[in-house]
Design a protein around this ligand. Structure first.
Ligand code: PEP
Length: 249
């Protein structure tokens, strides 16, 4: 039985003061959630997350990492640096990084492998653009993105992978895939995972991301292959993030 997992992606938002208020607001009404919860913060605030969340049910993680181990890569952040701050998770291949920073499928695969070898759980994002969906290429695109990652991951590490299906046209737009549309893609992704390793496929959490909010979370999370959410905008408001967590739990 897969546990649901709700992960917040703060993107490039926050400040010491705003994060402190957000984290204490979440913790004040979290209770003991019957699901996994994490926040993915901008790197400068990971130490703040560690301080605030160390004894809580909330894990923390980063939004990106370098595919390199260490060395002359100015501005990059290594997997080992993230584990120094006790991160559990790191997002790899968010569509904003693919679109604005030219990240290729192959690079995302190497990032995921680097995260796994450092003991981090990568949340690997896949998803089609509107044009790709409208031209009937959704499955082709997400399969290509997923296979580039699976190619880099050893069988034994597969269960530590988290996949996030994030249709690009739904991210930050207020447009959400219907539960049925999302379920179709999730089931397809699980099928691809099963083709690689049947047992692991039953355990890998596949999250939905793209304008998940308190008012649509329960319907999305009720679908068989939707194991949680990667939440952008709604993760910045304690009440909204909590409502989604409670819908999952
Ligand atoms: C995201 O950034 O991963 C995301 C899903 O954003 P939003 O929830 O704002 O659409």
């Amino acid at each position: 039985m897969r546990r649901k997992f709700i992960a917040g992606n703060w993107k490039m938002n926050g400040s010491l003061a705003a994060n402190a208020a957000l984290l204490s607001g979440i913790q004040a009404n979290l209770g003991s959630p019957n699901c996994d919860v994490a926040v993915c913060a901008p790197a400068p605030y990971l130490d703040q997350c560690r301080g605030a969340l160390a004894d809580s049910a909330i894990a923390w993680g980063a939004q990106d990492l370098s595919a390199h181990e260490s060395g002359a890569y100015t501005g990059e952040i290594s997997a080992a640096m993230l584990t120094d701050f006790d991160c559990s998770y790191v997002i790899a291949g968010h569509s904003e990084r693919r679109a604005y920073h030219g990240e290729s499928d192959e690079l995302v695969g190497r990032k995921a492998a680097r995260a796994l070898s450092a003991g981090l759980r990568p949340i690997v994002c896949v998803g089609e653009t509107l044009e790709e969906r409208e031209s009937g290429r959704t499955e082709q695109v997400v399969q290509r993105q997923l296979e580039a990652v699976l190619k880099e991951v050893a069988d034994a590490d597969l269960v530590r992978l988290v996949v996030a299906y994030e249709p690009v046209w739904a991210i930050g737009t207020g447009k959400t895939a219907t539960p049925q549309m999302a379920q179709e893609v999730h089931a397809f992704l699980r099928g691809r995972l099963a083709a690689r390793h049947a047992a692991a496929a039953t355990q890998i959490q596949i999250l939905y991301g793209g304008s998940m909010k308190p008012d649509n979370a329960a319907d999305l999370l009720a679908m068989e292959d939707i194991d949680g959410g990667l939440i952008g905008g709604a993760a910045l408001k304690a009440a909204d993030f909590l409502a989604i967590i409670h819908a999952a739990a």
